[in-house]
Design a protein around this ligand. Structure first.
Ligand SMILES: Nc1nc2c(ncn2[C@@H]2O[C@H](COP(=O)(O)OP(=O)(O)OP(=O)(O)O)[C@@H](O)[C@H]2O)c(=O)[nH]1
Ligand SMILES: [Mg+2]
Length: 187
């Protein structure tokens, strides 16, 4: 395998495209040997809803990662893409309280699929800058996050992010390095 294939899933408008644009910016800076921890990312890049699939390739520490974002509207066909993936990045919007339950059901469906059983999973709670967001202890209790993690076979890493502010991006790169880069040569 020449590169790691990641699926990026989550409901419409959760911030998948913004995350990928932010990651492209910081990895491009790294690869140009500019300030590694440069946090001044400026305004969030503008996006339009993703129709179909958005493919983004990044290089981090000389390893190549291909992210396949499926627009939120493709929820019913996500499972068709599991077989070609090595890892899943799953986003939940903490500012859309009414969507959290359905996002949790889709998460559980993804975790129970036969094809994802051996994949590292990155579970991202985004928009924690939003004045309407639910805080992590509320969400954790609502969806029983500790039970989800304890009962899943997958290795799940949880991150709290705001892609508008640019927080959590270095932790994503760390996860790529620690959990995904080891998949080179495995499949
Ligand atoms: N407040 C806040 N808004 C955000 C954050 N991340 C993304 N957004 C906004 O959410 C909206 C949708 O972002 P996208 O990245 O297009 O969402 P998406 O998940 O790609 O959506 P689809 O492609 O339609 O599935 C945009 O207006 C973003 O600026 C965040 O951390 N905080
Ligand atoms: Mg999108």
């Amino acid at each position: 395998m020449a590169e790691v294939q990641l699926l990026v899933l989550g409901s419409e408008g959760v911030g998948k495209t913004v995350m990928l644009k932010r990651l492209q910016t910081i990895t491009a800076q790294e690869n140009l040997a500019q300030a590694q921890q440069k946090e001044d990312l400026g305004e969030a890049p503008s996006t339009i809803p993703t129709i179909g699939v958005n493919l983004v390739t990044l290089t981090h520490n000389r390893k190549k990662y291909t992210f396949r974002e499926l627009g939120g509207a493709m929820g019913p066909v996500w499972n068709n893409y599991f077989k070609d993936a090595n890892c899943v990045v799953y986003l939940i919007d903490t500012a859309k309280r009414t969507q959290i339950a359905s996002s949790c059901i889709q998460l559980l469906e993804m975790l129970s699929s036969k094809e994802t059983q051996d994949m590292p999973i990155l579970l991202i709670f985004n928009k924690l800058d939003s004045p309407d967001c639910m805080n992590m202890s509320e969400i954790s209790a609502l969806i029983r996050l500790p039970d989800i993690i304890a009962n899943a076979r997958q290795d799940i890493t949880v991150l709290e992010c705001s892609f508008r502010q640019g927080t959590g991006l270095h932790e994503i790169l760390k996860w790529l390095q620690e959990k995904c880069s080891v998949l080179y040569g495995v499949k």
